[in-house]
Design a protein around this ligand. Structure first.
Ligand code: BJW
Length: 239
């Protein structure tokens, strides 16, 4: 345990588990997204080249689900922490939904892209996107029919890694929420933060693959564990 008075800079990593209670499916659960689709068929650049229609349909459906979902108590608690925490705080999310932002959080970084964004591979423009892409709409900037989901697939470089590593190197506390620890580089953040001296805390339904790296694990649904932890953090209680 560490007294919160010793903690200034916080980095939070969120994964699909934080949005599960908002009705968005995780990836690796028995009824998860990878249960219906093979990763190689929908989440790689090769898959997109091979069968763009299948990939666009997969993400068109995900986009519609994101828009229908609402933030849950865990997103709201982190938004409160973001508003009230006086020092550095960064919510690095692997999620492509916008539930952190819709709960009111501002310091959010989407390392795997955003479901409500389309990227033109012809002119490199990005557009807020709420419709479908399978019908190959023209890019509003250049007119090319080259829009793809603005998502980081396997084999692609996650966004803003320099900022993430810089924040991890300054972190006094690293908190991982609702992620299985199966996908790199995110799965390695705990080790990185720990090697730079941060205390490490995991909030998850079950132990993640890298659970041994954490100083403490609190098991349970994010809608309960996250608000409890935020109360502790803002109340100055050890965590
Ligand atoms: C609850 C809950 C509740 C449920 N409350 N909790 C090193 C070793 C081996 C391989 C590699 C390596 N480094 C890189 C690789 C290759 C690859 C990789 O990691 N492969 C693995 C399969 C091993 N990585 C990449 O290719 C990445 N790029 C890259 O590495 O570039 C080079 C590079 C090198 C060095 C530095 C920097 C860069 C890109 C990865 C892209 C991942 N993309 C996806 C899909 C796109 C987004 C989308 O469609 O949404 O991102 S894959 C998918 O997995 C998605 C997720 O963001 C990601 C993580 O999943 P997450 O969030 O953990 O979900 P689940 O389902 O796995 O877990 C949910 C958890 O929640 C569970 O633990 C539940 O218990 C819990 N839970 N309900 C609390 N109510």
């Amino acid at each position: 345990m560490r007294d919160m008075a010793q903690i200034r800079n916080i980095v939070i990593l969120s994964g699909a588990g934080i949005s599960a209670e908002s009705g968005l499916r995780t990836f690796r659960a028995d009824d998860g997204l990878w249960d219906d689709h093979r990763v190689e068929d929908v989440a790689t650049p090769e898959a997109f080249r091979r069968d763009p229609d299948l990939v666009q349909r997969f993400y068109d459906e995900r986009r519609a689900n994101i828009m229908a979902a609402q933030p849950n108590a865990a997103h709201h608690a982190l938004a409160r922490l973001d508003r009230e925490w006086p020092a550095e705080l960064l919510i690095v999310t692997q999620n492509i939904d916008d539930l952190h932002e819709r709960a009111g959080a501002g310091r959010v970084l989407h390392m795997h892209g955003e479901g409500l964004s389309a990227w033109c591979s012809a002119c490199d423009a990005r557009h807020h996107w709420t419709g479908t892409l399978r019908d190959k709409p023209p890019c509003p900037a250049c007119g090319a029919r080259a829009l793809r989901p603005d998502i980081v697939w396997f084999g692609e470089m996650p966004y803003r890694m320099d900022e993430i590593f810089a924040a991890l190197s300054r972190a006094d506390l690293f908190v991982s929420i609702g992620t299985s620890g199966a996908v790199y580089p995110a799965a390695g953040f705990v080790e990185q933060a720990k090697s730079c001296g941060a205390r490490t805390l995991e909030l998850n339904l079950e132990r993640s693959q890298g659970s041994h790296w954490f100083d403490e694990t609190r098991l349970g649904p994010a809608s309960e564990r996250v608000p409890e932890w935020v109360e502790d953090a803002l109340g100055g209680r050890p965590c």
